[in-house]
Write a protein that binds this ligand. Sequence first.
Ligand code: ZN
Length: 139
Amino acid sequence: MDTAPTVLQLSAFLSARSTFRVSSVNSTLMTAPVSRKAKFCFSCGDVIESHALVCPRCGTAQPTASTPSASEKRILPAFLLCFLLGVFGAHRFYVGKIGTGILELVTLGGFGIWWLVDIIFIVTGTFRDGNGNKITEWT
Ligand SMILES: [Zn+2]
């Protein structure tokens, strides 16, 4: 009976510690300048500087400044164009994919299938612009 309060106190202490640890990790992630000036290593997937020519971790040469990590195009206009005029390839003209835009126009959105797939890709942030960069920002 004597040890019961001690065990309770210990577990309370441990849970308080782990809570503190989680919140401190979160605040570190919030303040880390990751989104704009970082990219993922072409080879190992580690987060590295966007202008790094070689990954400091695995040493693999990176696709250079001509292929920045994020597109300057936005999801919201791409989605609206795709939703309203997608069967005419409007969203592809918007992101600079002229060739496949014409193809989508001619086939009326790949008879609806291509159009549907594009909407899903756009909304999930995996649609790529004419430079091959993912469009990840909504506005
Ligand atoms: Zn790497």
